[in-house]
Design a protein. Structure first.
Lengths: 170, 438
């Protein structure tokens, strides 16, 4: 149990590093784009699209890490006023509902990626990015988010974590 | 089913789900998925990832992580303390200089960081103990910082304004400008109340300040001026038409990180990681809410709820100010419980067509909405800034902080009334600098 949580936690932390790296690379590419356009007076082709896809990927890959840090904002007013046993049941129920809906996102996110890959969809720009590359962030990001949610569910269910510690309140 | 009745059911279930403690973004996805399955069938779920991806596929959104990095690199350094010290030394001759400089520091730090809790924490850590040491009442010391911190979401650059701009497809540059005069108005009202309250409590001595030599005043400047120049540069680049908000934010982020590394010796990888970690956490959280709210809006629109509510309100024969009163009340209550970003994303796309058809300016409405959200930040039950102050000054009871914050809530309500009577205070500056809105 603990090993599972530790491994999932490590994967989520790795995702956080990757997401932070993607944001830093976006800053660098945007600055390069301004330099090329304003100083060198040349047109830019790939930069805008690249930074948008990097930002989307950083968001999706960052989901498990932010869940691990309890950084997804919530309203914990009701759970906090409930007695511990009722709070635990409510937290388990909300985690289960989250797992179901994120599971749906993983499944259809994979379908979306597979269609883009199979039909070799490309973006409607000069750069013409093969869309399966950015779409891969959907099943991967949500899949890893699902893993972190499952680890949190198990931690609360087996009393390894207090239900009150889950969630970053508003 | 009648779309209006359906709308009421969606509203009640959304409140229930969000109050269950589930994260706001996931909660919106749960509600959207549930109603799509019930009314459009299981296959309608296959659109959810595509809509979510499409919502994020917007270059303007890049300004959010960029401005957050800018804010985090300032908030992770001693910049807040330095800014506080600089203003204290320069405003020393002004009566009640300390509370004035605290609120001024809050406004400036808010402009640099764009974050309310970061402003509270950075200025409060220095300002609250100093004010108490010099005899200011605890309520004024805590309340002024809690209220001053809320300016972060109004004074540009503001992440909340960016989110409003994206949700309603209005100009982010114009929104930033619209927040400037109301920001100063709030600062002035906050200062007026703080001085009056201090004087009323018979603490005239505290209104007299100590003096600093010119050398003492000049020595703090080198650490503060670079950040102020960056903020000024960002605003000039944006309004001079040299670059879009996202592009200027990226340059601002790079420069702020650079200054933090050089001036505040932030080259230690661990310290730098803290900045990047906090920025990533905040950015991912906000962007996920934006994406999930996009799926939620799609559900509302595909079930004709959004259109029906707009039509229904259009048929009501009510005075437009009564309508605005109800909208304000709704926003105020929503702001008591939900983070500003979530309220804006859920409410703005539905409310804006109604507000515009009632003859109100969308930029003016953005400011009114933001001030409502500011009230939520210092009001129970989940006023974030109250808890931040409680964290940095644990010996001041939460009740005192709350009591000290209430007059500032009144200041914000007065500001809303003033802006309703004189809407030109909001629209004047953007119209002057950017021409009338199309």
């Amino acid at each position: 149990m603990n090993i599972y949580r530790q491994i999932v936690g490590m994967i989520s932390t790795l995702c956080g590093w990757v997401a932070a790296g993607m944001i830093v690379v976006s800053v660098a590419i945007t600055c390069q784009m301004i330099f090329v356009r304003a100083i060198l007076n040349e047109s830019t082709i790939w930069q805008t699209e690249a930074v948008v896809y990097l930002m989307i990927s950083a968001t999706l890959l960052g989901l498990p890490y932010v869940q691990k840090l309890r950084g997804h904002v919530n309203v914990d007013l009701l759970p906090m006023i409930l007695p511990p046993s009722a709070r635990k049941s409510l937290v388990l129920f909300t985690l289960f509902a989250s797992i179901v809906v994120i599971g749906v996102m993983v499944f259809y996110g994979y379908e979306q990626w597979y269609e883009a890959f199979r039909r070799n969809w490309k973006s409607d720009t000069v750069w013409g990015v093969r869309l399966w590359i950015p779409y891969a962030a959907l099943p991967i990001g949500f899949g890893l988010f699902l893993l972190q949610l499952s680890a949190d569910f198990l931690a609360v269910a087996t009393d390894h974590e207090d239900a009150a510690s889950l969630g970053a309140s508003e | 089913m009648d779309p209006l009745l359906l709308g009421a059911i969606v509203a009640i279930l959304t409140i229930l789900v969000l109050f269950s403690g589930v994260s706001v973004a996931t909660g919106l996805l749960i509600i959207a998925a549930g109603f799509l399955v019930v009314f459009d069938g299981l296959r309608s779920l296959e659109l959810m990832p595509e809509i979510l991806f499409g919502k994020l596929d917007n270059f303007a959104l890049l300004s959010i992580p960029m401005f957050i990095i800018m804010g985090a690199s300032i908030a992770s350094t001693r910049a807040g303390a330095d800014l506080y010290e600089a203003l204290d030394r320069w405003l020393t001759r002004v009566p009640g200089g300390l509370v004035i400089s605290n609120l001024g520091a809050c406004a400036l730090f808010a402009a640099m960081s764009g974050s309310s809790p970061a402003t509270c924490a950075a200025i409060g850590k220095m300002g609250i103990p100093e004010m108490r040491k010099r005899g200011y009442p605890d309520g004024v010391a805590a309340g002024s910082i809690a209220a001053g911190g809320t300016l972060g979401i109004l004074i540009p650059p503001s992440v909340t304004m960016i989110v409003y701009g994206i949700a309603t497809e209005t100009s982010i540059g114009r929104l930033f400008l619209a927040g400037v005069v109301p920001g100063f108005l709030l600062v002035a009202l906050f200062m007026a109340w703080s001085l009056y309250d201090t004087w009323r409590n018979g603490s005239e001595m505290t209104l007299r300040s100590r003096s600093f030599s010119l050398r003492e005043r000049l020595e703090v400047l080198p650490r503060v001026v670079p950040f102020l120049l960056i903020i000024l540069g960002v605003l000039v680049a944006m309004y001079g038409g040299y670059a879009t908000p996202s592009e200027t934010a990226a340059v601002g982020a790079l420069l702020c990180l650079g200054v933090a590394i050089i001036t505040y010796k932030l080259w230690n990888p661990q310290l730098l990681w803290v900045v990047l970690r906090d920025s990533t956490r905040e950015s991912v959280m906000i962007l996920f809410i934006i994406a999930a709210a996009g799926v939620f809006s799609y559900m509302l629109s595909s079930l004709f709820i959004t259109q029906s509510i707009a039509e229904w309100i259009g048929t009501l024969d009510v005075n437009r100010w009564v309508l605005m009163g109800f909208i304000n009340l709704f926003l105020l209550i929503a702001g008591f419980f939900l983070p500003p970003v979530a309220v804006i994303l859920m409410a703005a796309p539905i409310l804006l067509p109604i507000v515009v058809s009632a003859g109100f300016d969308p930029y003016w409405f953005a400011v009114i909405l933001t001030i409502n959200m500011e009230i939520g930040l210092i009001s129970p039950p989940v006023g974030l800034n109250l808890y931040v102050i409680n964290g940095i000054a644990p010996d001041i009871p939460l009740k005192t902080i709350l009591k000290g914050s209430l007059p500032f809530v009144a200041c914000m309500v007065i500001a809303i009334v003033i802006l309703c009577i004189f809407p030109g205070l909001v629209t004047g500056l953007p119209n002057l600098l950017m021409g009338p809105a199309v």
